[in-house]
Design a binder for this molecule. Structure first.
Ligand code: FMN
Length: 402
């Protein structure tokens, strides 16, 4: 593949040397386009030696080759790492003041950027508005992550590590070439609700975002996905509407989810049980509304356990099928999260178990997540923190590696 790597003027440019090295090692044809400011951090000889191609910042070099647009036209993928606040603003405005700018305007290839800057610059409304503009145009972000910054301070703004950018770039390439996944996936999302009476239910705060992102990540890579959506809002389901690779089946109670999961798992190569399933339900649901006036100040409910859907699917698993469970835990620290994930995976017999930390303001109904994936040897095979799209990609990577 023909990969263009834009490098802009931040200290993190030295890490991009490693990114270029990884891409060249994969066998890609890599062309580096630095900005003038980037060359103050890492010089031209390094980029030329590591990419094995001539490097220039100017639209006036090699004019006979119409270089100002040729690299962009040939590119299968463009990565900008680090992406400074200045370059992000130029991209959002569509400026073409140097070779990187003209290349970015001339390309129809996917663009992946790895922003890097101090926290204040990253959080500035101007930068955030530019990021929104680029995201809306389909530019893919990797990071930034939280961590130590150049001035010794710490916070969000640090460039993602070269390996993480490399992974995201490969994913983008795979998706462009029709994906590397085949077969059918069953993904559950959302949270089941157990009715108390015709108007009330016991439920949980799961929005379904993580499961929907897993379905989207698998579909982008070529899988045909059945998404069992338990009480997922229309706004969240809108992100899969019209996707020819995703079929949505809506359910509400644990019984409904169990029936649908059992039916669709029979055909699935991969089952990902991301929905938060109620552990208990009422044995008998009232036909009429429970009325306060008819109770003596308290209401006592006796609940019975719901069926263990994951364990049931594992028990009836067909040959070659991969089953992935989810655990939502409130552990307080990473070691306890892993410990509980290992115990749950063993208990259920799933091939992989993805554990995420939930709590007040964590995990449920948010755009960010922290996911740890355990395999059958109790090893942590993936760990990701970031948007639910990023954590879904990391989980689908782990499943694909299996
Ligand atoms: C030591 C040093 C480090 C810098 N690091 C960053 C950075 O990480 N992110 C950023 O947006 N700007 C950073 N800057 C500022 C940019 O270099 C400056 O905005 C420049 O105009 C960017 O140009 P470019 O986007 O064309 O490369 C840094 C400047 C210096 C002197």
């Amino acid at each position: 593949m023909f990969v263009v790597v834009g490098v802009t003027g931040g200290i993190a440019a030295y890490k991009t040397v490693q990114l270029v090295r990884l891409l060249v090692k994969d066998g890609h044809e890599v062309h580096v386009i630095p900005t003038d400011d980037a060359l103050r951090f890492v010089g031209r000889p390094t980029w030329e030696a590591i990419s094995r191609h001539p490097v220039t910042t100017s639209v006036h070099d090699d004019v006979a080759q119409v270089r100002h647009v040729a690299l962009g036209q040939q590119a299968d993928l463009v990565i900008v790492a680090p992406a400074t606040a200045n370059t992000i603003a130029s991209m959002a405005a569509g400026l073409a003041g140097d070779l990187l700018g003209t290349t970015l305007l001339a390309t129809t290839a996917p663009v992946v950027i790895a922003p890097a800057m101090h926290t204040e610059m990253w959080q500035h409304p101007a930068t955030q508005a530019n990021i929104d503009t680029l995201t809306t145009r389909g530019v893919r972000m990797v990071g930034p992550v939280s961590g130590e910054l150049t001035g010794g301070d710490a916070g969000p703004g640090r460039m993602a590590e070269p390996e993480q950018i490399h992974e995201a770039a490969l994913r983008e390439l795979r998706e462009r070439t029709g994906g590397d996944l085949r077969g059918s996936w069953l993904v559950t999302a959302g949270g089941t609700r157990e009715p108390l009476d015709p108007v009330r239910f016991i439920g949980n705060r799961s929005s379904g975002r993580q499961g929907v992102e897993v379905a989207r990540a698998a579909a982008r890579r070529g899988a045909d996905v059945t998404l069992l959506a338990a009480n997922v809002s229309d706004a969240i389901l809108a992100s899969v509407a019209g996707d020819p690779r995703i079929r949505v089946v809506e359910v509400s109670t644990t019984d409904e989810l169990e029936r649908a999961a059992t039916e669709h798992a029979a055909e699935a190569d991969v089952v990902v049980m991301a929905a938060a399933v109620a552990d208990y339900r009422l044995p008998d649901v009232a036909d009429v509304k429970l009325r306060k006036e008819e109770r003596g100040g308290t209401l006592t409910l006796e609940l019975v356990e719901t069926p263990d859907i994951l364990a049931g699917l594992v028990a009836s698993r067909r040959a070659g099928q991969t089953i992935v469970g989810f655990a939502a835990e409130t552990p307080g620290d990473d070691a306890t999260l892993v410990e509980r994930a290992v115990a749950k995976r063993r208990r259920k017999g799933a091939d992989l178990l993805a554990a995420n930390e939930v709590g007040w303001g964590k995990g449920f109904d948010r755009d960010e997540n922290h996911l740890v994936v355990i395999d059958a040897s109790d090893a942590v095979v993936a760990e990701a923190e970031g948007s639910k799209r990023e954590t879904a990609d990391a989980l689908v990577d782990a499943i694909a590696r299996r």
